[in-house]
Write a protein that binds this ligand. Structure first.
Ligand code: NAI
Ligand code: MG
Length: 523
């Protein structure tokens, strides 16, 4: 999920594209190495408000994707550590515990304090985030600012979560209470490490649950730093645990644990299915999933600002180096403006500034790891073989670290692999269409349904398309806008449930109906 800033800053970006030249030099990398001497403060597992070695004694490396160098050795959690952390979390959730009996308003104050700490440490946290995941430094800062707002939004909910008062016949009286689900585990990805982690942490705590987070193995550093901030903010022991480790070990142990009441996951559709299955095989823990996408972005020929539409469309595909669940990877362009649109898209890609993620003017940094880089290059090759036209890019970049050129394909056909599979890399595919009916059918011809967009000046057309696209979010004349209060999530195989906004609270609450017999005797 990305943020309003992308749409707000597009005019700036477009002007920037026009000014700058495509460049990538060793000089940039050298500067990068000097600037990225970030010190890593926390490398151990966090539970019960203390730092612990892994029971197995094992550690794993986390590396900087911009140059492939090691940042730290991190203690590696697996089932034994998960079991201990879950026991302590259960204890923190017991009736009568400090957390279970905390005033709703006090809970809100703790979250507000946490948001303040995010802002206090924004520079350091952004450096850590950029070093660990290769995200542009300015984007890391924007993510942290946005995330502080998300925490404050859920802090505000703490004393506003209410049930209903239901009229009953006779002497009965019913109320519903909204109660926390209990032990909530969050398994998060590497593409927006701070934002995805906190998007789960904040509503889980606001609803009065206890939290166990497993960050992606590629990006454990900022989650561990958030653990320290939670302790500093004053959350009682056992309420927050952070267990870095691998998916099939630590992640699967959480998904299969009989005392974890809820699991909220963001990542691949493949692993989302495993998590649903683990829930069914264990204790039917509640499951929220935010998975992949292949989002369509439809540009009609009546749209009056082609440069703007093309710029937004390219950002939609390439923001965060394309590592974005709602990336607008299928750009559908109406036939009358198709050639001109492709020409502008080529110019935009050519002038995209590639360089160190720490440089203020960089628009394009590295991919997360060699596995993802390999997957992206394989799909790019398939596009070439299947006959799509490479308008720009299409190759690996010969640098240490994991770099792929910003890539634009035109004349893409619906049956090609690049039209169907989630690439999760900096690849824009441009398709030609003739009519509204045709493009809506083609846009929906996918197993995914996370996002979509339409560019037109015709309100009837805009609303018809927005109503017809099977996706959790549809943007009109913009892309990637969204705030703490706008629900986000997927139709079809893009997921189950919604995050952000009031809807996210439902993921972490149970409804309890209390029925009283109260004979009314008034003499
Ligand atoms: P992944 O789905 O394997 O990883 C996401 C999280 O799930 C990580 O914390 C990982 O440790 C955990 N995980 C992995 N296997 C698990 C298991 N068996 N049980 C419990 N947890 C498990 O994603 P990966 O391998 O990093 O990327 C593969 C593809 O997934 C990408 O190319 C992209 O298409 C998609 N993806 C989508 C994301 C999104 O935002 N929706 C984020 C990351 C990846
Ligand atoms: Mg995986």
């Amino acid at each position: 999920m990305i943020l309003l800033r992308h749409s707000q800053s597009l005019h700036h970006l477009f002007c920037h594209h026009l000014r700058s030249n495509y460049r990538f030099s060793c000089f940039v990398v050298v500067r990068f190495a000097r600037k990225m001497s970030v010190s890593v403060k926390y490398t151990k597992l966090f539970y019960n408000n203390e730092w612990h070695e892994a029971k197995s004694g094992k550690t794993f490396e986390t590396v900087n994707p911009a140059d492939g160098t090691k940042l730290a050795d991190i203690c590696e959690a697996d089932k034994a550590d998960v079991d201990v952390a879950v026991e302590l979390a259960k204890k923190a959730f017991q009736i009568g515990s400090a957390w279970r009996s905390i005033d709703a308003s006090k809970k809100g104050m703790l979250l507000l304090k946490l948001a303040d700490l995010f802002e206090r440490d924004i520079e350091y946290m952004a450096e850590l985030e950029t070093a660990d995941c290769g995200k542009l430094f300015q984007d890391s800062k924007d993510d942290i600012k946005f995330t502080a707002g998300v925490i404050r939004y859920y802090a505000g909910w703490c004393d506003k979560i209410c049930g209903q008062n239901i009229p009953c016949d006779g002497d009965y009286f019913a109320v519903t209470k909204k109660q926390p689900v209990g032990v909530c585990a969050a398994i998060t990805p590497w593409n927006y490490p701070i934002a995805m982690f906190t998007l789960k942490l904040a509503p889980i705590l606001a609803c009065g649950n206890v939290f166990i987070g497993k960050p992606a193995e590629q990006t454990p550093l900022t989650a561990l730093y958030i653990a320290a901030l939670c302790k500093e903010a004053g959350f009682p022991p056992g309420v927050v645990a952070i267990l870095p480790g691998y998916g099939p070990t630590a992640g699967a142990a959480l998904a299969n644990n009989m005392d974890v009441n809820k699991i909220t996951f963001t990542g691949s559709t493949e692993v989302g299915k495993l998590i649903m299955k683990a829930s069914g095989d264990s204790n039917l823990k509640r499951v929220t999933l935010e998975l992949g996408g292949k989002s369509p972005n439809i540009i009609f020929s009546d749209y009056d600002n082609l440069e703007y539409a093309a710029s937004v469309a390219q950002e939609a595909a390439m923001t965060n180096m394309g590592q974005c669940c709602c990336a607008g990877t299928r750009t559908f362009v109406q036939e009358g403006i198709y050639d001109k649109f492709v020409e502008i898209s080529k110019m935009l890609a050519e002038t995209r500034t590639v360089g160190s993620p720490m440089n203020d003017d960089s628009q394009h940094g590295p991919q997360i790891d060699s596995e993802q880089k390999g997957k992206i290059l394989d799909l790019i090759e398939s596009g070439k073989k299947e006959g799509a036209k490479v308008v720009f890019g299409g190759k690996s970049m010969d640098q240490s670290g994991f770099w792929v050129e910003p890539t634009v394909f035109a004349d893409v056909e619906d049956g090609m692999r690049i039209a169907k599979e989630e690439i999760f890399g900096p690849v824009q595919s441009i398709f030609k269409f003739k009519t509204l009916d045709e493009v809506v059918k083609r846009a929906n011809d996918t197993q995914y349904g996370l996002g979509g967009a339409v560019f037109t000046k015709d309100i009837d057309k805009a609303y018809t398309v927005a109503s017809s696209i099977d996706a959790g979010t549809v943007w009109i004349n913009c892309y990637n806008a969204g705030e703490a209060n706008t629900p986000f999530g997927g139709f079809k195989m893009s997921g189950i449930g919604r995050e952000y906004g009031e809807e996210s609270l439902n993921n972490y609450l149970e409804t309890k109906t209390v029925i009283l017999k109260v004979p009314q005797k008034i003499n």
